[in-house]
Design a protein around this ligand. Structure first.
Ligand SMILES: Cc1cc2nc3c(=O)[nH]c(=O)nc-3n(C[C@H](O)[C@H](O)[C@H](O)COP(=O)(O)OP(=O)(O)OC[C@H]3O[C@@H](n4cnc5c(N)ncnc54)[C@H](O)[C@@H]3O)c2cc1C
Length: 367
């Protein structure tokens, strides 16, 4: 049996940052992921500016800055082929960037490895118990603490009884890397009767297109995408489910959940990576205190306090976007009204980005 101070399941942003913090503090860390990296991940690839202070805190800003990326200029909110709101981000070296998740996640887990974490990629976790034993396809691991950072379908949350199996979400996200005719540096968020899409430039020629569709949307992602990008050839679509679900309990005993495993935010806000990094960081700091004091309850209390404070900051924006997005028809109606009250959209947007109005063209360039 392999023994560690902390076993982290999932080497997405939450797990890798937690592993880096713990390893740099001299702890023995196992960072396990069922995938072999680099691996693709259904995501809009937008890294919000709130991530910069996190990179800086951990001396990662310069290396993050060197990753292949596109600097994003602003956001264009579109409703049924029409731009209804356009804002420019306040230009900054430390602004919003599009970085492909394949690149971002591969970089960050190797930073954790460089810090001393032991990477186990291509190893699936199948079981966990309250004594800290983790069953994997490469045998048993034992940890003083365990972080479930295994994403929105977290097996750790379910096996430890921190989340229920019942799923009520009827929406699915689809993603493809496309080569559209018109490519600018805006994040295009387009709302329509079956759901919404986000399109972001990821390189000189390519863009990431993510569609979030209700399962009753009697159409394939390709068909809906062709409505807005008529010349789009047939794509290979990756999917992910569920889009929203109830938050899990944060932890129990020696198990803590971080990132999407604990709580998902509506993809529309483009802030999941920020929350994953922040909660992974908070879980690691709580575990360091718990290890020092040999006190699991202390780690749980500290983590629960910082997690609550973290999500409280954006609670209203997240609740509102989720309320709209769960029913596309409702989102279309609400946005149709809000276009006559642009200051309300600007207020919400400014909670996520600092931005200012930009001129609105008469039609969506890509429609
Ligand atoms: C359509 C869509 C668009 C989005 N766009 C954005 C965006 O533009 N910007 C943004 O900030 N956020 C976005 N998000 C949210 C963002 O993708 C997530 O919040 C973020 O990836 C969460 O990171 P994580 O580390 O918690 O989990 P993940 O990144 O999901 O990583 C979990 C890891 O756990 C591993 N794993 C799972 N099960 C096991 C197991 N049994 N054993 C071992 N390993 C396991 C997986 O292989 C994976 O590598 C989007 C989400 C969706 C659905």
């Amino acid at each position: 049996m392999k023994e560690f101070d902390a076993i982290i399941v999932g080497s997405g942003p939450a797990g890798s940052l937690a592993a880096l913090v713990l390893a740099r503090a001299g702890k023995r860390v196992a960072l396990i992921d069922k995938a072999r990296f680099p691996r693709p991940k259904v995501c809009g690839d937008c890294v919000n500016p709130s991530c910069w202070p996190i990179w800086e805190r951990h001396g990662l800003a310069e290396r993050f800055a060197e990753l292949p990326h596109e600097s994003l200029r602003g956001i264009s909110l579109e409703l049924n082929h029409k731009v209804i709101f356009k804002h420019n981000f306040v230009l900054s070296e430390r602004g919003e960037r599009a970085v492909e998740r394949e690149v971002l996640d591969n970089w960050l887990c190797h930073e954790a490895q460089e810090a001393g974490a032991h990477l186990f990629h291509g190893v699936r976790v199948d079981g966990v118990d309250t004594k800290g034993e983790v069953k994997t396809t490469q045998g048993l691991f034992k940890g003083r603490f365990i972080i479930g950072a295994d994403g929105r379908n977290s097996i750790i949350s379910r096996l430890s009884g921190l989340a229920t199996y019942r799923q009520t979400c009827t929406r699915v996200a689809w993603q493809a890397n496309i080569e559209p005719d018109n490519l600018d540096h805006y994040v295009h968020m387009h709302i329509f009767n079956e759901g919404y899409y986000g399109m972001t430039r990821t390189s000189e020629k390519t863009a990431n297109l993510c569609l979030v569709l209700g399962s009753k949307a009697n159409a394939t992602p390709q068909k809906i995408a062709n409505r807005y990008f008529p010349s789009l050839p047939s794509q290979v679509w990756r999917s992910i489910y569920p889009i929203s679900r109830r938050a899990a309990d944060l932890g129990r005993g020696r198990i803590l959940l971080a990132g999407d495993a604990a709580r998902v935010v509506e993809p529309f806000t483009g802030e999941g990576i920020y929350f994953a990094l922040s909660s992974g960081e908070a879980a690691a700091h709580a575990i360091l205190k718990g290890l020092d004091a040999n006190d699991e309850a202390l780690a749980q209390t500290l983590y629960s306090d910082s997690h609550r404070a973290l999500y409280k900051k954006r609670a209203r924006v997240n609740t509102f976007t989720n309320w709209c997005a769960r029913r596309p028809a409702r989102a279309v109606r609400v946005l149709g009204l809000l276009q006559y009250w642009p200051s309300s959209i600007a207020t919400m947007l400014n909670q996520v980005h600092q931005s200012r109005p930009a001129p609105i063209p008469h039609a969506v360039a890509s429609a």
